[in-house]
Design a protein around this ligand. Structure first.
Ligand code: G16
Length: 561
């Protein structure tokens, strides 16, 4: 690094000192904290994004969002050229950079890292970082801070796209690195045209009466509602009403949104007895999560939840069905030349009933990973068609390049010998799914359109879908502790190895309940320990969750559940 670069870094870093006594960690999905604590971290992640762009010689994304967290929080995360999360081997560097106590230390870490990674900052090479933010008020100033960070690396350019959903930015980065059209408008066009294509392939006989069958969407008072309105204006075969768009003084994620609906199983604000039985969906604050629900009755606040596990099941049913249609008429020789490997990926939060359903009814391979889409995505990418979902509604479908080329060729071949055949339609449907679904990251908007087209294809109501299997009663609690990093887990976060003794205590507690299951893990987005429990009745599961929360309190210090 030359002298000019060092002095620019020292000068600009001095403007954004890290907050005293605060240690931040890259966590489940980037750095997250109260927005007032984030300036220094965002500045330094700007530097990291520029270095990552120099290293990969591709455009990198930087998103300012705290997604499902409260409005006063914010966060920053990086999208790699493939549109996925920042490569995990850069996370320790991110932690080191953000927690460096002085500009001098920061610069010495950068010098050491660019040497280790052999990053060339001079010569003809250049860097480019694309920025997006959600609707949090603190986002406006944090974006400016990110620009300062990027601009403190000589040769790095920055492009600010303003308010985007997180998945839009990831999609744009992936498209850019593949040399495709990569604007927000291109995103809307691709989603709407592939959705239209799927709807056109809906079998005859299924009644499409969109006006009587409106989908009502809770936008979490965030960016998703506004973007969905734009998308909706480009569709003519789906009726959507968007509520909680954030323009009627509703607060982001407060009593609304996918996290609230999924965790509390209660109706979000803006919904009520008038909606009993209707098909409703909820997005989270930056529209990377999607859950469906219906209001149970006008006497209670409860919803019949259709969570990420059921979205996964619906997608798995559709994909395997299309594959079997495609293979049915196939010449066994051609067929055996490409037997697509389909796999599904879940976390320990997946309802036990969903995992049983997926294994038994569809015979699919089910893999478990720790929480965090970065882990699920990595595993799903090992299949020809990898479907991953967290119960909280974050997930997508990945198609391998090899399978897609085979599918394109198969579609062309079928078009020439049996155009319009069921086999060819199945090939076209799968191709349309690969264009509709956001293959960079879980995306509530593209997921919603895929759900809608599958429900139309199957002729299913939300109730029929919800009845695929019955969820085991479950409960999630949060416990505030002195130091959440004191909890260390293994086995996809299902077993606690530290503090010693707590795992045995959890096992003993769980054994008291039929079909009992419980685990704890430190959240990577909030300063809490999460407790998850499942059992055969709601009363039993509430007792189990409370007992485990008390154990957390006993082993880890003060707290209340
Ligand atoms: C993020 C991650 C998800 C994760 C969630 C909760 O979601 O992208 O993979 O499930 O945080 O993580 P934790 O339990 O560690 O707090 P989002 O929607 O907030 O970006």
């Amino acid at each position: 690094m030359n002298e000019e670069q060092v002095s620019l870094l020292l000068k600009s870093a001095a403007l954004f000192p890290p907050p005293h006594g605060v240690k931040l960690s890259y966590g489940t999905a980037g750095f997250r904290a109260d927005a007032s604590l984030l300036q220094s971290a965002v500045f330094r992640v700007g530097i990291l994004a520029a270095l990552r762009s120099f290293k990969t010689q591709s455009v990198i994304g930087l998103m300012i969002t705290a997604s499902h967290n409260k409005v006063t929080d914010n966060g920053v995360k990086v999208a790699d050229p493939n549109g996925g999360m920042l490569s995990q081997d850069w996370e320790p560097f991110a932690d080191k950079l953000v927690n460096a106590s002085t500009p001098q230390l920061l610069v010495s870490f950068i010098v050491e890292f660019i040497k280790k990674e052999n990053i060339q900052l001079v010569g003809k090479l250049s860097a480019e970082v694309w920025l997006g933010r959600d609707t949090r008020p603190s986002g406006e100033s944090l974006i400016e801070v990110a620009k300062e960070g990027i601009n403190s690396i000589i040769g790095a350019a920055v492009l600010d796209f303003g308010v985007l959903t997180t998945p839009q930015l990831h999609w744009m980065i992936r498209a850019r690195s593949k040399g495709w059209k990569a604007t927000e408008q291109n995103y809307f066009e691709q989603l709407s045209s592939s959705f239209r294509c799927l709807m056109d392939l809906t079998p005859n006989g299924i009644k499409v009466n969109v006006e009587d069958d409106k989908l009502i969407v809770d936008g979490a008072n965030g960016v998703g509602g506004e973007k969905l309105e734009i998308l909706n204006s480009m569709l003519n075969n789906l009726a959507i009403e968007v509520r909680n768009c954030g323009n009627d003084r509703g607060i982001l994620n407060e009593g609304v949104g996918a996290d609230y609906v999924q965790k509390e199983k209660l109706i979000p604000r803006g919904f009520g007895s008038k909606d009993v039985g209707k098909r409703c969906a909820s997005l989270d604050g930056d529209a990377d999560r999607l859950v469906y629900f219906s209001v149970l009755s006008d006497l209670s606040n409860e919803v019949d939840l259709v969570d990420g596990d059921k979205i996964l099941s619906l997608f798995a049913i559709f994909v395997t069905e299309q594959l079997s249609i495609l293979y049915k008429g196939a010449d066994p020789e051609t067929h055996s030349s490409y037997q697509a490997r389909v796999g599904v990926v879940q976390t320990a939060y997946a309802n036990g009933a969903s995992t049983d359903y997926l294994k038994q009814s569809s015979g699919l391979e089910v893999v478990l990973t720790p929480t965090g889409v970065k882990f699920l995505h990595e595993k799903a990418a090992l299949y020809d068609i990898g479907i991953y979902f967290e119960a909280n509604g974050h997930g997508t479908i990945l198609f391998s390049d090899g399978f897609l080329s085979w599918l394109e060729a198969k579609n062309n071949e079928l078009a020439s010998i049996s155009e319009g055949s069921e086999e060819q339609k199945a090939a076209m449907r799968l191709l349309a799914v690969s264009r509709l679904i956001n293959q960079a990251v879980g995306d509530a908007l593209s997921g919603l359109l895929l759900v809608e087209s599958i429900l139309q294809y199957k002729g299913w109501s939300v109730h029929k879908w919800a009845g695929l299997y019955e969820d085991l009663p479950s409960r999630q609690l949060k416990v505030k502790v002195v130091d959440r990093t004191a909890v260390v887990t293994e086995n996809a976060q299902t077993v606690v190895v530290r503090p010693l003794g707590i795992q045995d205590a959890i096992i003993a507690e769980t054994a008291k309940y039929p079909r009992g299951r419980s685990f704890i893990r430190p959240s990577g987005t909030e300063d809490v320990i999460r407790v998850y429990a499942e059992a055969s009745t709601q009363e039993a599961v509430d007792n189990l969750a409370n007992s485990v929360a008390m154990l957390v309190d006993r082993y880890l210090g003060y707290g209340s559940s």
